[in-house]
Design a protein around this ligand. Structure first.
Ligand code: DLL
Length: 449
């Protein structure tokens, strides 16, 4: 189902006209109401009248997370306090949180873009939505909640944690749609298995997962273990929260950007120059309709690419590829750029391994060393334990060595880096309780910082 077909299927020329008109209006508004940005315009010598439409976008300066931090908490807001209805904040890993605000109009848009995403993922009015994104300052909980209500769904505000209860509620209510992070979807799937519930008996049909990078290997696991068709939902607090883009259940090949509200560009991370379709770079987003916190060319830090080709679902909205990682969580190991999601993809193809892994980066002397700790699958672990018990130590050892070698080779071939692999027993690494998974320990930073 398409929630707003008149926009989601709009002819590209007409869409660009809408975008250009909204861009002009937004730039003038920011110039008038946000001194911080007006000063920047003056420094580089541009005026709102220089921006006639989308083709002039490149003339505008980028806005970065540091700008939000420097003007903490409300310096980039363009609405009066009396027009605000809600505040959210995302906790950065360092320093002050990023604070974002919403007017009544912003919240209406928030609900609609999340409703579009839910509908795109297969949700329908009247269905039950189990919302296991965190409620609170995080935008995931309340954003999806409002999206579900806007679509006319029955929302179960489960929030995170207490996984046993999550499973019970889904079973008792006969819930069709699950929303949570991909790592928490796997935790929930594990709880279903623990309770001996077969995937075909789970009432869920669809899952909208996001808020952190995930891979096709994880998707296959979520789908088979929960008996769903999972789709990606992407977003960030600064722009609105979840619902900036979403995958359609038809293709599941790129997430449609809600371009009538959020204008997307891909730029070269070093030069800031715009890149064409298919080329990977940093996603930069300009909000077109937000009132409280309009952002011009916001540097998301997320690495992806765009695809303007037609989608079989009928939507004309541009698609962005799965986010590979963030420029700031990209590891540089022995001079090679490594994203945790690339390692995840590489180990995903090795039989006997699970998607549960952790990267440890260390430096001995001047040489970087990347260690990959990854959990064995239950089946292989049981097979190996049985061999050890029956004194078939050589066979067990051989199997472990083969898995390790395959993992190393797959990482070398796909990521271009030699690593050490440590195999762990199942359930050894911490599990997601609903928040975002932490997959990297960079000891180099601890030593230096
Ligand atoms: O994570 C909003 C959200 C909530 C999105 C629920 C989807 C579902 P923040 O906490 O501000 O907002 O974090 C935003 O998370 O810049 C990405 O790096 C990452 N991220 C979000 N969605 C995805 C995704 C929410 N589908 C930051 N794939 C973004 C990969 C994602 N990374």
């Amino acid at each position: 189902m398409i929630f707003e077909p008149e926009v989601e299927m709009m002819e590209r020329g007409a869409l660009e006209e809408v975008q250009s008109a909204r861009l002009r209006e937004m730039v003038s508004r920011v110039y008038e109401r946000v001194p911080y940005i007006r000063e920047r315009f003056e420094t580089i010598g541009i005026k709102p009248s220089d921006i006639n439409g989308v083709s002039d976008l490149w003339k505008l300066p980028f806005t970065k997370k540091s700008d939000l931090r420097d003007s903490y908490p409300f310096g980039l807001f363009a609405s009066d306090r009396s027009d605000l209805l809600r505040i959210h904040a995302s906790s950065g890993t360092t320093g002050k949180p990023t604070v974002v605000g919403y007017t009544a109009g912003d919240l209406e848009i928030f609900g609609k873009v999340c409703a579009r995403a839910l509908a795109g993922g297969g949700a329908e009015p009247g269905m039950l939505l189990h919302n296991a994104y965190g409620y609170g300052l995080f935008t995931g909980g309340l954003g999806i909640h409002q999206g579900g209500e806007t679509l006319g769904m029955v929302v179960v505000p489960a929030s995170t944690g207490m996984t046993e209860r999550q499973v019970r509620l889904i079973m008792d209510f006969g819930t069709q749609v699950l929303c949570c992070t991909p790592s928490y979807a796997l935790t929930i799937a594990r709880e279903f298995a623990k309770q001996g519930i077969d995937p075909k008996d789970i009432p869920l049909q669809a899952a909208l997962v996001g808020a952190e990078p995930w891979t096709e290997t994880m998707r296959a696991e979520i789908d088979s273990r929960l008996g769903v068709r999972s789709v990606n939902i992407y977003g960030l607090s600064e722009i609105i929260g979840p619902g900036v883009s979403f995958e359609c259940a038809e293709e599941r090949h790129g997430s449609h950007v809600n371009e009538d509200h959020f204008l997307a560009e891909i730029v070269d991370p070093d030069s800031g120059e715009p890149l064409p379709d298919g080329e990977e770079g940093v996603l930069v987003i300009t909000t077109l309709t937000k009132q409280a916190l309009p952002l011009i060319r916001y540097w998301t830090g997320d690495v992806t690419s765009l695809d303007h080709s037609r989608c079989s679902c009928g939507r004309t909205l541009v698609r962005m590829a799965m986010v590979k990682g963030r420029t700031d969580d990209m590891l540089i190991v022995k001079g090679i750029n490594v994203y945790p999601s690339q390692i995840e993809e590489a180990i995903g193809s090795v039989r006997g391994l699970t998607p549960y892994f952790r990267l440890l980066v260390d430096r001995s002397g001047t040489l970087d060393q990347l260690d990959v700790e990854v959990e064995l699958s239950k089946e292989v672990f049981e097979e190996i334990s049985a061999e050890f018990l029956s004194d078939e130590v050589i066979e067990a050892d051989q199997l472990l060595r083969t898995i390790k070698d395959r993992a190393k080779r797959s990482i070398r071939e796909n990521v271009g880096i030699s690593v050490r692999v440590m195999l762990l027993e199942p359930e050894r690494l911490p599990r997601s309780e609903g928040g975002k998974a932490q997959k990297v320990v960079d000891i180099r930073k601890v030593l230096v910082g």
